[in-house]
Design a protein around this ligand. Structure first.
Ligand code: GDP
Length: 472
């Protein structure tokens, strides 16, 4: 009804336009962005979304290069379970106390900053693992600058190591490998490097470009050198931010504390956050009453790449929500309220993920250049065979990328990666495990499973030619 009024056509016509698209709708129903576009086109209108994407309402202004200053890198530690992620984070946390400051890091606030002996700083996200990393990314937040991927030298490049690598690569985040547990007599770092080389990741000692260092998270051997390499990588990235403006950044975690109210750990990514600032964060807002660092010390302001825990929000935003300091308190509250409303009307989707059925149409529209695929199979042989065949389907108009492949069931982590990278998931003789199917439905991720290689290739080929008959 709303859209009919805007276009000045009878609502019945809009309803029948929807019906011709196979959608039975009522007058009060909200249409998703895509349907709206198609329906409006029928009546000769172009749709421009302004309020639906509320990020737009807090738009970024172009930065003057003179205002930019160097900032510390933000690092996430990933890797296979038990390879030593937590041990490494703990070691770094304990060893790198800023000189002259009392005590080590006592609070777990989800992120911490350390100052190395040479005075340089690094900020770590304290929730190890690629799931947390990609969950944030699926929410549109790219916080990590560099990924440390920990591999135990007495073990192997494991499935989750491969996942971590794919997740970092899909995000375009450079990797520094920490070959861990080198104190163990059974450690064989060269074997790990060889395995990495076989995956096209040639580390420096092997003449490649990928940084890696042998460490022991237990004894601390090599950790300083590892961090040096992180800083080298960071120099190449030329990480910069303008500290002299209203702060913006990302929520790392948030919870309700019985005594203090809502506590949120945030990572300032640009500008400087000050006590007293009015903050809009996801669907919540509030005036900052107090800020603390990871040592539990009260601080008055926090610049770029600094993690801080803040008090004063009127609710707990989700990890990955962006925050922004607003000058107009009323406007901040309005946007927060609007977001809450949109959240309730879950039918409103501004961005849907790609499905095989849609590919042909999207290619025809000319706005689709790369098809991202996550491929899971029961055995290595079929995964490799399918990879080769899929890659060969690339045409001049559209490039096929396998952003992650592996042996095993389709997991929630695969679905998150698909959501963050707008990919379709193809399973060969494997099915979604655990809650992966549920999550895929929620995130609207297309999962296709096959048991005949030929069918999988043909479906993809047909999809790319816009000829795929809808899945029944
Ligand atoms: P995570 O699952 O990746 O976080 O791994 P943890 O940090 O929990 O480590 C798993 C196990 O490996 C623990 O028992 C650690 O004590 C042990 N560990 C971690 N790093 C090292 C290391 O450098 N040397 C040795 N010998 N053991 C380690």
């Amino acid at each position: 009804s709303e859209v009919a009024t805007m276009m000045d056509v009878p609502v019945t016509k809009v309803i029948s336009a929807c019906m011709s698209l196979g959608m039975m709708v009522t007058m009060n129903q909200r249409l998703d962005a895509e349907t709206l576009t198609i329906v409006a086109e029928e009546f000769g209108y172009d749709v421009e979304f302004v309020t639906a994407d509320l990020e737009e309402t807090v738009e970024e202004v172009e930065e003057n290069p003179d205002d930019l200053e160097e900032r510390a890198p933000i690092v996430t530690v990933m890797g296979h379970v038990d390879h030593g992620k937590t041990s490494l984070l703990d070691h770094i946390r304990q060893e790198n106390v800023i000189a002259g400051e009392s005590g080590g890091i006592t609070q777990h606030i989800g992120a911490y900053a350390v100052k190395l002996k040479n005075g340089q700083k690094i900020s770590f996200l304290d929730t190890p693992g690629h799931e947390a990393f990609t969950a944030m990314r699926a929410r549109g937040a790219q916080v990590t600058d560099i990924a440390i991927i920990v591999i135990a030298a007495d073990d192997d490049v494991m499935p989750q190591t491969k996942e971590a690598i794919s997740h970092a690569q899909a995000a375009g985040v450079p990797i520094v490998f920490a070959i861990n547990k080198s104190d163990l007599p059974t450690a064989n770092p060269e074997k790990i490097k060889e395995k990495l080389a076989a995956m096209n990741l040639l580390v420096e000692d092997w003449g490649g470009k990928v940084q890696s260092h042998d460490i022991s998270a237990k004894t601390g051997a090599g950790v300083d050198e590892l961090l040096e390499k992180v800083l080298l990588e960071s120099e190449i990235l030329e990480l910069k931010a303008n500290p002299d403006k209203l702060a913006s950044g990302t929520i790392v975690e948030a919870y309700l504390d019985k005594g203090r109210g809502y506590v949120a750990t945030i990572l300032v990514q640009a500008g400087t956050l000050k006590v007293g600032d009015y903050v809009l964060a996801g669907r919540h807002s509030g005036k900052i009453k107090a800020m603390h660092d990871e040592r539990g010390q009260e601080i008055k302001e926090a610049g770029p790449s600094t993690p801080v825990s803040i008090l004063g929000l009127d609710g707990a935003p989700q990890a990955g929500d962006k925050f922004k300091v607003m000058t107009d308190e009323r406007e901040a509250k309005e946007i927060a309220a609007k977001r809450t409303q949109l959240q309730r009307e879950q039918t409103v989707r501004t961005q849907r993920h790609i499905t095989l059925d849609e590919i042909g149409r999207r290619i025809a529209l000319g706005d689709f250049k790369e098809l991202n695929i996550i491929l899971k199979g029961d055995v290595d042989g079929s995964v490799e065979a399918l990879t080769d065949s899929f890659l060969k389907l690339s045409t001049e108009e559209i490039q096929v990328n396998i952003i992650h492949k592996g042996v095993g069931a389709i997991t929630e982590s695969d679905v998150l990666l698909a959501s963050a990278s707008d990919a379709v998931i193809i399973g060969f003789n494997v099915r979604p495990a655990g809650n992966a199917r549920q999550l895929a439905d929620k995130e609207e991720i297309d999962i296709r499973t096959y048991s005949i290689i030929y069918d999988a290739i043909n479906d993809l080929k047909d999809a790319m030619e816009g000829m795929l008959s809808p899945e029944l």
